[in-house]
Design a binder for this molecule. Structure first.
Ligand SMILES: *Cc1c(COP(=O)(O)O)cnc(C)c1O
Length: 415
């Protein structure tokens, strides 16, 4: 029986969500549209299988095909990111980071990450998260003037605090990270270098962002952001010794049965990311982010760090007299989906914020280019300047729908 016949309630909402994703402009920097092939693998019979353990060493019978699929995913991940070891089982980015901590730290150990309001992730030491509750988190920040990482200041802080592990790789940082500088700092104090490339893994795979391979001891990444795969994550190690520690931490350390349907989706995603088209895709993401940044800036909006070198642009709305929260809501009414974000040294709470984070991965998947980014920037500025003008927002909603029709996504998909 099809979902449509057995569960009209869920079916109806799924259909609405599909329409909504097709007819709105998605500028959430951590979102994307996966391929139909990735969705087919993810929505497959593999969801029926228990496979605790690793290929060739399972605790359940009947894994002859599952083993081959997981092995393909592992080998592709290693090749794609040029790392000697990969574990493809983590359910999400947060659980991958938990596993990396479990592998390399003891409870109560000190580690260092970027401060949350400066672009760090919750799992990098926030006091409300396991990383801040179970470990001693110390933070480094961006420079107040440049809003960029200051590697001398990070080194100084690392020498003072002597953390056992340092994380680089962020959620809302628009510039390229100097991985070599982090390696040198870690070597100086004997710390583990962990790179969390969740946001820009697709840019690394596409060759438009430097890789931490060759520098980092451990790399974690989600697979569903710029990498355009299914929801999930992977962890990679710089050698077999670290690989063993990672594998033990994931299973039996933290997880039971792996989500083999998601692992199949990851395998398909890695294959797609190795194709020449993906290089062009990654390059276009960055070109689009630059076009968005330049146009918004020329229309009087201040960019954090003054520019972007990645897939995301961080806007400071302080002088526009609107909070991140209100801006997000007004844009949503106009069919432009973004998220509010703190900016470095934000005076507002993380629930209100003074900033917006915009990303181009999803729009680029639809085939949009620089001229569309300029057009969309104009729409965004109009809404930000007139957030309470209902008529204007409705008119823009119509314009957004027209634009979406010109760049269709999932045209032949139905439930
Ligand atoms: C998104 C993200 C995560 C968390 O991923 P989830 O799948 O949402 O758990 C971790 N670290 C960074 C840097 C991220 O951007």
């Amino acid at each position: 029986m099809k979902l449509k016949e057995t569960d009209g309630e869920v079916y109806g909402l799924l259909t609405k969500e599909l329409d909504y994703q097709k007819s709105t402009l998605r500028l959430i920097a951590s979102e994307n549209y996966t391929s139909r092939a990735v969705m087919e693998a993810t929505g497959s019979v593999l969801t029926n299988k228990y496979a605790e353990g690793y290929p060739g060493k399972r605790y359940y019978a009947g894994n002859k095909y599952v083993d081959q699929i997981e092995t393909i995913a592992i080998e592709r991940a290693k090749r794609l990111f040029n790392m000697p070891h990969a574990n493809v089982q983590p359910h999400a980015g947060a659980s991958a980071n938990l596993a990396a901590f479990f592998a390399f730290l003891e409870i109560g150990d000190k580690f260092m990450g970027l401060e949350l309001p400066h672009g760090g992730h919750l799992t990098h030491g926030s006091p409300v998260n396991f990383s801040g509750k179970w470990f001693r988190a110390v933070a480094y920040g961006v420079d107040k003037e440049t809003e960029a990482l200051d590697y001398d200041a990070i080194r100084k802080r690392a020498l003072e605090e002597r953390p056992k592990l340092i994380i680089c790789g962020y959620t809302a940082y628009p510039l390229i990270i100097n991985f070599k500088a982090f390696r040198e700092i870690c070597d100086e104090i004997g710390a583990v270098m962990m790179a969390d490339i969740s946001h820009f893994a697709g840019l690394v795979a596409g060759g438009v962002y430097p890789s931490p391979a060759g520098y980092a001891d451990v790399i974690t990444t989600t697979t569903h952001k710029t990498l355009r795969g299914p929801r999930g994550a992977i962890i990679m190690g710089r050698d077999e010794e670290r690989g063993k520690m990672i594998d033990k931490a994931v299973f039996p350390g933290l997880q039971g049965g792996p989500l083999e349907h998601a692992i199949a989706g990851k395998a398909v995603c890695f294959h797609e990311a190795m194709q020449p088209e993906f290089k062009r895709y990654a390059a276009q993401i960055v070109k689009n982010a630059n076009a968005l940044a330049e146009e918004l800036s020329s229309q009087g909006i201040r960019l954090v760090a003054g520019k972007t070198e990645t897939h995301l642009v961080l806007l400071d709305l302080t002088t526009k007299g609107i909070t991140g929260k209100d801006a997000q809501a007004a844009l949503e009414e106009a069919g432009i989906i973004v998220n509010r974000n703190t900016i470095p040294f934000d005076t507002r709470s993380p629930f209100i914020t003074s900033g917006l984070r915009l990303g181009t991965p999803a729009l680029t998947t639809r085939g949009m280019k620089e001229s569309e980014m300029k057009h969309i920037s104009g729409l965004i500025v109009k809404v930000l300047e007139n957030p309470n003008d209902t008529e204007l927002k409705l008119r823009i909603r119509g314009e957004v729908e027209e634009l979406c029709k010109k760049f269709p996504i999932y045209a032949d998909l139905s439930y």
